[in-house]
Structures are given as structure tokens and as C-alpha cells.
Design a protein. Sequence first.
Length: 130
Amino acid sequence: MTRSEYRQLPRITAKVPIEVEVTRPGKLRGQKELCTSENVSAAGIRFVTRYPLAVGTYVRMLFMMPQEVSRWAARPYQFTGKVLRVEPIGGSEEQFSVAVMLTALADTPANRPPRASAPQGRYDKPALCA
């Protein structure tokens, strides 16, 4: 069985800018970098970074979730995730392809749906309430 057969959710090839911050553990904790995704799904994301993140590292990511994945209008979301795989790109030790499983959607204003605003204007009381 191939790796792609294990996938339960479709991946979308998308070059999306991602702000990544290492949250724990290890010596890279607190490091931030602006990266680019290779692909995105509702369960995970793969991106390119210059940091050799260790498997098991937790990261915080802020990125624009594509509409094809979320089924809602594209807007920024903040997630936390756990690094599952790290592979050097082209055999170099300067760039790495990192696969992250999304573990939580952060409770931030960026993740809350926009509030419906009340229509502007004057309202008369309904006849039954007069």
C-alpha cells in the first residue's frame, strides 16, 4: 500500500505563504520563518523551510486556507501542528520539506467567523409590541 493510499482527505497542491513558529520542544523553539506550502489538506500541510525540524516538533502556523480545502471563502487561519516527516530537498542540507499534521485550530480572532452586522437604519416597533 502506497503512502497516498493511506490518505483519508484529499490534498490540494497550493503554494500558500505560511508564517511558521516552532513552539516546542528543542533548540529551535521560538524560531519564526515565512515559508511556502507544497500542498494542503484539512488534516495537514507540507511546506519548505530552511530549518531541519525534528519529527515530533510542535509548530504554530498562520496561513490562508484554500477554499478547495475548507469549503468556505479563503481566509487566514492559525493552527498548531506536529511534524511527522522531514526530508532534505535535492540532497542538500539547506532546505527541507516538512509534513505537519494539524492538531488544533487556535482560538484567535483570525479563526472566528465574521460577525453578521445588523442592517443600518431606523426600525419601527412592530404593531404587536406597541
